[in-house]
Design a protein around this ligand. Sequence first.
Ligand code: QAP
Ligand code: CO
Length: 180
Amino acid sequence: MAILNILRYPDPRLHKVAKPVTVFDERLEKLVADMAETMYDAPGIGLAASQVDVHEQLLVIDITETKDDLVTYINPEIIWASDEKQVYDEGCLSVPGVYDGVERHAKIKVRALDVKGQPFEVEADGLLAVCIQHEMDHLLGKVFVEYLSPLKRNRIKTKMIKEERGLEREAQLRAQGRRY
Ligand code: QAP
Ligand code: CO
């Protein structure tokens, strides 16, 4: 198992559109295991393959406090969505430290495949419904900050770019410190 590097907004690779998974093999099982480890380590409640620079239709979600109910969604499709909407304060492992309200369908029905390629359906509401819709957006190249006003989005972009420079500088200093 391994912890994967999570792309940070505004990395342009977050906007790539993911392709369906067609091969259910050991490589896929390892990717799912690594994504789960990466999500739990963060810690987060959901991670899309797009966020670790793998542009395939694959999500891992675990919204339990006990962190013992991992669900893998491969090639997920929303087959029904309620007219009723809900607003939830969302965050994202690709946009650390940023939380804001996003309106989405309150209830959905999702069809997906598991890691063995077996189809299953889930009816979701509350946090799970939010999380599935948020993660499925990643597969379309969409990050939740794109639902916010252009003003908020630009402020977030500037903050993230500043932080990124700080992180690069820290890494440089660490490398320098080891040089002698
Ligand atoms: C998506 O997000 C989500 O800012 C999953 O500093 C979020 O796991 C769906 C995280 C909210 C529904 C509601 C965010 C960790 C984790 C941060 C996450 C942070 C550290 C986000
Ligand atoms: Co996200």
